[in-house]
Ligand binder design. Sequence first.
Ligand code: G3H
Ligand code: 13P
Ligand code: ZN
Length: 350
Amino acid sequence: MPLVSMRQLLDEAAKGGYGVGAFNVNDMEQIQAIMIAAKQTKSPVIVQASRGARAFAEDLYLFRLIEAAAELNPDIPIAMHQDHGNGFETCKSAIALGYTSVMMDGSLKEDGKTPSSFEENVEVTRRVVDYAHERGVTVEGEIGVLGGVEDGHGAGGSGLDHITDPDQAVEFAERTGVDALAIAIGTSHGAYKFNKKPDGSVLKMDVLIKIHKMLPKTHLVMHGSSSVPKDLQDIVNQYGGKLNPTWGVPVEEIQLGIRNGVRKINVDTDNRLAITGAIRKVFAEHPEKFDPRDYMKPAREAMAKVVAQRMTEFGQAGHAGDYKPIAIEEIAKGYASGALDPRPSLAGAR
Ligand code: G3H
Ligand code: 13P
Ligand code: ZN
């Protein structure tokens, strides 16, 4: 089936009361791992590529691989999403390639590092929404700033530095018309999120719940949501890795989020750990091996296992066949007529 609108995936998830994992990809094996897991668990899925991933894999290689995934898995709805777009041009180029969803991360300036002003964020996000909706493409915005730095992207610092202000979230959703809203509740990108199991002093689920009460129809997005499980850390360290002890976002907190409006959950680090652990294990146990397939195959299997587990935990498992994908052209008509206008004040918003 053709790539599906992320908005449709999230609207369906809201109806069903579940969340959808958005998994980052950089290469063929990661895309295959996601599709193995989606097929096994019968899950709709969001595949996402950062700017770094697009540069690493080259746009066309990566996009053709996604098209192959869609063609080979006609029963699985797949949305292809630009993760952390840093400006209008990045989003426009993703849409030109055929991405069905873009994130305009206007919480940071175009350098991807410096926090921007609220007005700057509204302005650039609104511009992307106008352009994308005309073409049937979904838009995710971000209000508040996550902690950490991944591949040069991010403000750095702690996840507590720029927690989302709920009143600003409401104003932002209204003024931009984003389909999905990423909020900052204390998480960070990467492996080092918390130095002990997080409680309410560092992981602000209360803020998320408050925002959901004020924006009950807005699809919320949790970034930096890898759980960084100890068993994956241990495998890496057992075979020569050097990870410092760390804690991620517990799955039960994500599930609490899903009960309170979270529809998209971003996971990258857990898969990176699974891949690295599997490769290190082969290298340590079989130093005589040098065929990349000997370590890429277990790496792909290890990632598929993590993704399948998350799909089950987020509740998307079993929902691949619930609905018929709507063509992107029809979605565009829905935005044009106002039927799909996501602004919270509009009665027709979903
Ligand atoms: O937003 C962070 C994702 O984990 C992607 O990371 O920019 O290193 O590809 P990346
Ligand atoms: P993690 O680093 O927690 O996997 O977060 C990924 C993410 O938010 C991508 O946008
Ligand atoms: Zn992110």
